[in-house]
Design a protein around this ligand. Structure first.
Ligand code: PPE
Length: 308
């Protein structure tokens, strides 16, 4: 998806012009993938732009780095303030996507990463519906990938590690070249893990089910967690349970969740129509409550918003 440039990118404490936010080709992360990132959205609300669950995202960034033994040279408060500054300075009244990245810079070569300088960058730009407006409205076509999700002892799924996304990108390319919108990945045990950049839910006999992130080798999604809370508040039961591919084929409804993707109905999996083939009532209720929450229309979710 094309990037719409904005004015400034925060780099190691300074606001740098968009075009000047560059790095050396011998930066360590570019070669070995040891680094971590986040994806955060800010939305237009009646009281101005607000960043959704900012602290949780920056805490996860710190935790991703802890797993990689990368010392982030900024506190949680400093990272949050930097994000606010980026949104403010770029004048994004309609909201945006934020991309914080911790990467190892220029200085050393060789796989051992811990002597390289640690750099932090935060960019923001307007980003539309990740899986398309049509998918958001009508549901997306999913395919179980032939690529397997990492075992947690091969690549830590709890860390949003830069290099980990090679696995996602192989699956994404395979699915798109075969005419699907997005891939679903199975873990080494054959159970459903997650999508290339989203968690997944099904609805079965009125019960909402999502795989437990750690056991499924999935990222602990902040949208997943928000949706669990919303579902409870709407009076639905949610259960964290292992799922296999046929659970998806036979689900009454299914949807995926992620910061970039937001809440997207799943129309079919491996060419089996999910439910009626159009977004079901529970998916629609959760999706519309999620959008009202992020847009600051619901007082009970104000705590999730950081005004800019
Ligand atoms: N699983 C994976 C593998 C993942 O990358 C994401 C976010 C999620 C689950 C959902 O997590 P959360 O955003 O906290 O609900 N994927 C980010 C990157 C997408 C991209 O294309 O880049 C995102 O949504 O920002």
């Amino acid at each position: 998806m094309p990037i719409t440039p904005t004015q400034k990118i925060w780099m190691d404490g300074a606001l740098v012009d968009w075009e000047k936010a560059t790095t050396h080709v011998l930066s360590h992360t570019l070669h070995y993938g040891t680094g971590a990132f986040e994806g955060i959205r800010a939305y237009k609300t009646p009281e101005g732009v607000a960043i959704f669950r900012l602290r949780e995202h920056m805490l996860r960034l710190q935790r991703s780095c802890k797993i990689l033994m990368i010392e982030v040279p900024y506190t949680l408060d400093e990272l949050c303030d930097a994000c606010i500054e980026v949104v403010r300075v770029n004048d994004l009244p309609d909201g945006c996507y934020l991309r914080p990245l911790v990467f190892l810079g220029y200085g050393e070569m060789g796989i051992y990463p811990l002597s390289s300088p640690v750099n932090v960058a935060i960019a923001a730009w307007p980003w539309g519906a990740y899986l398309g407006e049509h998918g958001l409205e009508n549901g997306v076509k999913m395919k179980i990938s032939s690529w397997q999700r990492h075992s947690p002892n091969a690549m830590p799924s709890a860390s949003k590690t830069v290099g980990g996304y090679v696995n996602s990108s192989l699956a994404k390319v395979e699915a798109m070249k075969a005419g699907y919108d997005e891939a679903i990945m199975l873990g080494p045990d054959g159970r459903i893990s997650e999508c290339t950049g989203e968690n997944l839910f099904i609805v079965r006999d009125g019960l909402i089910v999502t795989p437990p992130p750690s056991e499924a080798g999935a990222l602990r999604g902040i949208t997943q967690e928000s949706v669990v809370r919303i579902a409870h508040d709407l009076g639905y039961e949610v259960s964290f349970e292992a799922l296999v591919r046929t659970d998806l084929y036979l689900a009454d409804e299914a949807f995926l969740t992620g910061t970039a993707a937001e809440v997207v109905p799943i129309g079919s999996v491996d060419d089996r129509t999910v439910g009626e083939g159009k977004p079901g009532p529970i998916t629609k209720a959760i999706q519309s409550t999620y959008f009202s929450a992020v847009r600051g229309e619901l007082a009970q979710y104000e705590g999730w918003l950081t005004r800019v």
